[in-house]
Design a protein around this ligand. Structure first.
Ligand code: GDP
Length: 363
């Protein structure tokens, strides 16, 4: 499954957000280091199309896809040198598919700020620098390994060394690996290092309730600072999310309307994560279950089938595909078939977002 790691300085609202996300009601205390164990929360991905299919098929159960959020606390200045349980947390980050970087954009004199005042760009750079230092360590290790090989005249090692030295220079200068301008081919030279700052990132600007519609100066400053990173900045109010998490779905809708919000911050975050990672959803629909499956955009039918079961991929024969709008028009799979709205696709079919799939395979 997809895993997102929540990072950020202490006291920026990570636990509050994480607890809201995972619907847990653990305590968020007003002091740094209150969340010292990495927590994993699994949340289901809300998808209106699942509700539509449920209405049409009346299955025994409905299974949405899930995203795992890992609360990676304890990142402080000096983490790359092992401070504040640093190394343990950095190792956690290496495992995740994407980083959700929470940044404090709310003023509240009662909530201690580790650096004394609210300064989103400074905060972001503290975290970035720790990750960059860790990446620099990985890059330098590989450089010294390759230097030995290059001495014997190995051409590939020489070429990789040249690429690695670009990374070294940029990381040293305070750039994140994701913003370094090298070709996809050249990126191979660092792909084995799983650089932390190469991971896709979403910035979550945690604002107070009164700023949730208009934003505030802190959010503007942050947006300006990250505009060259091709990363999205999402405005969320962790305290609103915490309140939403306590409500049932009907109350939730009313609550959102009261605040003039179209959707929860959680929904925004999930959508942004999907877009960031180029993910799409296809569905399987039967009387037993209606289910959503997450795949990468561009995947062909056999690979998509493989997320259900590896046998589906290995023994793939063909896929029957119904578009959701046809399912809605003709109501049942049989009527779709009669109307010629079930297309038979082979192994080169590129699955589209929202496809309803039925795989045929050899066992
Ligand atoms: P963490 O250390 O990043 O996990 O931060 P926490 O989630 O524990 O939050 C630290 C403190 O800030 C807690 O007292 C929260 O109640 C408070 N807090 C979190 N988000 C907000 C917010 O949006 N507005 C205000 N005023 N306080 C918040």
């Amino acid at each position: 499954g997809l895993q997102c790691g929540i990072v950020g300085l202490p006291n920026v609202g990570k636990s509050t957000l994480f607890n809201a996300l995972s619907n847990a009601k653990a305590e968020a205390a007003n002091f740094p280091f209150c969340t010292i164990e990495p927590n994993v929360g699994v949340i289901t991905v809300p998808d209106i199309r699942l509700n539509i299919l449920e209405g049409l098929v009346s299955p025994q159960k409905v299974l949405p896809t899930v995203i795992e959020f890992v609360d990676i606390a304890g990142l402080v200045k000096g983490a790359s040198k092992g401070e504040g349980l640093g190394n343990k947390f950095l190792a956690n980050i290496r495992e995740v598919d994407a980083i959700v970087h929470v940044i404090r954009c709310f003023e509240d004199d009662n909530v201690v700020h580790v650096a004394g005042s609210v300064d989103p760009v400074f905060d972001k750079e503290v975290i970035d620098n720790e990750l960059q230092l860790k990446d620099l360590e990985s890059v330098e290790k590989k450089i010294s390994r390759l230097e030995k090989i290059a001495k014997s005249g190995d051409a590939k090692a020489k070429k990789d060394l040249a690429i690695l030295s670009i990374y070294k220079e940029k990381l040293t200068a305070g750039f994140n690996a994701r913003s370094i301008d090298v070709s996809e081919d050249d990126k191979q030279a660092v792909s084995d290092l799983q650089l932390l700052t190469a991971k896709p990132v979403i910035y979550v600007a945690n604002v107070d309730e009164t700023s949730i519609n208009e934003g505030n100066q802190h959010v503007e400053t942050l947006k300006e600072a990250v505009k060259n990173e091709s990363a999205e900045v999402i405005m969320v109010s962790a305290s609103i999310e915490a309140q939403i998490a306590e409500l049932d779905s009907e109350e939730r809708q009313m609550f959102l309307e009261e605040y003039g919000l179209e959707e929860s911050g959680l929904n925004k975050l999930i959508k942004a994560s999907y877009a960031l990672l180029n993910l799409i959803t296809y569905f399987t629909a039967g009387e037993k279950e209606v289910r959503a499956w997450t795949i990468k955009k561009g995947w062909k039918a056999p690979q998509a089938a493989g997320v259900i079961h590896t046998d589906f991929e290995k023994g793939f024969i063909k896929a029957e595909v119904i578009k959701l709008e046809n399912y809605q028009t003709y109501k049942t799979e049989i009527s779709c078939r009669e109307a010629g709205k079930v297309s038979i696709e082979g192994k080169d079919y590129v699955v589209e977002d929202g496809d309803i799939m039925h795989f045929r395979f050899n066992v």
